[in-house]
Ligand binder design. Structure first.
Ligand code: SAM
Ligand code: SF4
Length: 329
């Protein structure tokens, strides 16, 4: 296969989903009737370590983020964090925060420094509607506990029109006195989440709303990052927008992904996957598989067409069959 710039780009960041289960059922991420994998299909702790080590030592990965499903429902999550912290990488973990109080001290002792916590609303009844479960007060308390513990905390909010965009400024307030980093994520289409372009509260709208309330300044972005970062002048924390839908950043993306059952994906929206775990269990050499997967990366959005203002999920025929919960955000 001929190499293009896209193929030659070095991928530095690996997202590893360590479980496909979750204790919440967020409407934008997981269908209520989701089937989960049998435990024997998941990567074991040792297999996660073997694959991550290979990516770090041979393919230049310098950042690892553990995700899911909900990583904190996996009983050996602290051991996995300890294994990853022993690698020469910047290590992060994404969580919904419901179970963080059970693990916070152990995670920090195991070497975790960067935590992304999802929170879409300050209202308990809205949380219940959005996540189809209880737990709001615990998540709120756990965010404060993580900040107090000295972790680098990002709070991720999926912003949806008619659902929670009215809380945008309240989220920005989090950054006034706290060194916390709020990230507003445009609502993205995945299998079974009933996405429509009209429900996307856009980057431009977010910036307009925040800019009309506060004096904001643009900060430098990581050229390979996904977020466009800002600060309210004089405030301690920052806020950022992940504009996958209205301003995709595919050109700079340096991410690769492993699903909980060890399938490699070169894009969040990829339709093709490479089964590394079966090959590993057979004792095969993985290099050709990994290189071919990277080479097959599409230039934009995993080969999906740009999300035009009138696009509905039904017309996105190329969409992966996986819901977000089984990909790992
Ligand atoms: N359970 C963990 C959590 O909620 O943070 C980790 C997995 S979750 C799939 C990772 C991130 O993906 C979360 O921040 C979540 O809000 C985000 N996410 C899920 N579905 C999304 C969608 N349709 N559009 C945008 N972001 C989404
Ligand atoms: Fe679970 Fe996170 Fe998906 Fe919500 S966003 S259903 S917490 S994996």
């Amino acid at each position: 296969m001929e190499l293009t710039d896209q193929h030659q780009r070095t991928h530095r960041s690996l997202r590893i989903s360590i479980v496909d289960k979750c204790d919440l059922r967020c409407t934008y991420c997981m269908p209520e009737e989701q089937q989960f994998l049998h435990r024997s299909k998941l990567m074991t702790r040792e297999e996660v370590r073997t694959l991550a080590t290979l990516f770090v030592e041979r393919y230049g990965i310098t950042k690892v983020r553990l995700t899911g499903g909900e990583p904190l429902v996996r009983p050996d999550v602290v051991d996995i964090v300890r294994d990853m912290a022993a690698l020469p990488v910047k290590l992060g973990l994404s969580t919904n925060g419901t179970r963080l109080h059970l693990f916070l001290d152990q995670l920090v002792a195991a070497g975790l420094k960067h935590l992304n916590i999802s929170l879409d609303t300050f209202a308990a009844d809205r949380f219940k509607k959005l996540s189809r479960r209880e737990g709001h007060a615990q998540v709120m308390a756990n965010i404060e506990a993580a900040i107090a513990k000295g972790l680098h905390v990002k709070v991720n909010m999926v912003v949806m029109r008619g659902v929670n965009e009215d809380e945008l400024l309240r989220f920005v307030e989090l950054t006034r006195e706290r060194n916390v980093h709020v990230r507003f994520i445009e609502f993205m289409p995945f299998a079974g989440n009933h996405w429509g372009r009209g429900q996307v509260y856009t980057y431009a709208e977010m910036l307009g709303r925040i800019g009309s309330a506060h004096a904001i300044e643009k900060l430098d972005d990581d050229p390979h990052g996904t977020a466009k970062t800002y600060r309210v002048k004089g405030w301690k924390g920052t806020f950022a927008v992940i504009s996958t839908v209205t301003e995709p950043f595919c050109g700079g993306c340096d991410r690769l992904r492993l699903t909980a059952e060890g399938k490699m994906r070169n894009c969040l929206f990829a339709r093709e996957e490479t089964d590394l775990l079966t090959a590993l269990r057979r004792g095969d050499d993985l290099s050709e598989l990994i290189v071919a997967n990277v080479r097959a990366k599409h230039k934009m959005l995993g080969g999906l067409p740009p999300f035009q203002p009138d696009t509905q999920q039904e017309v996105l025929h190329g969409l992966s069959e996986r819901p977000m919960v089984a990909i790992g955000g």
